[in-house]
Design a binder for this molecule. Structure first.
Ligand code: CMP
Length: 138
């Protein structure tokens, strides 16, 4: 069990002005921000990040959406970070997300679902390193 996870606040939530509210939920749940930046992904970089989904029917839509506007990327620290963060954000599809979760509150659809959270310790390390050098982390 690792104590770090990786998140992106996606273009839908960024455009709607929900960055501050979402960060407030994250900090209130006990996560510490270890690294953070606002950035706009190119289609190439978004495709690289989500390469694991390359064969899925929604891949093109996902890449287009994730490169459609700026995002906030962050590394978060807390005991049991990966699992606790996935509980905090709720199900991938906001229609199935529990009340009070970030996706229930801010996501529009399964595609435009406000936030990303790593699904394993291994992917948290890979995804964090995709965006941040060692120099850019606390
Ligand atoms: P995320 O947690 O960032 O990981 C992969 C993303 O693919 C997921 O959130 C969704 O935004 C997106 N996704 C998953 N299933 C679908 C779908 N059926 N249609 C469109 N996008 C999807």
């Amino acid at each position: 069990m690792s104590n770090r996870t990786f998140t992106m606040i996606k273009p839908d939530a960024f455009a709607a002005g929900h960055i501050g509210s979402i960060l407030k939920h994250i900090e209130a749940a006990g996560f510490k921000i270890i690294a953070m930046k606002a950035i706009r992904l190119s289609a190439e970089k978004a495709g690289e990040f989500y390469a694991v989904h390359k064969e899925r029917p929604f891949y093109g839509e996902l890449v287009e959406f994730m490169s459609s506007g700026p995002i906030v990327a962050a590394i978060l620290e807390k005991e049991n970070a990966v699992a606790d963060f996935r509980t905090l954000i709720g199900a991938t599809n906001p229609a199935q997300a529990a009340d009070g979760t970030i996706r229930k509150l801010y996501a529009k659809s399964v595609g435009e679902n406000a936030v990303h959270g790593s699904d394993s310790d291994e992917n948290a390390a890979i995804e964090g390193s995709f965006f941040f050098s060692a120099f850019e982390r606390i």
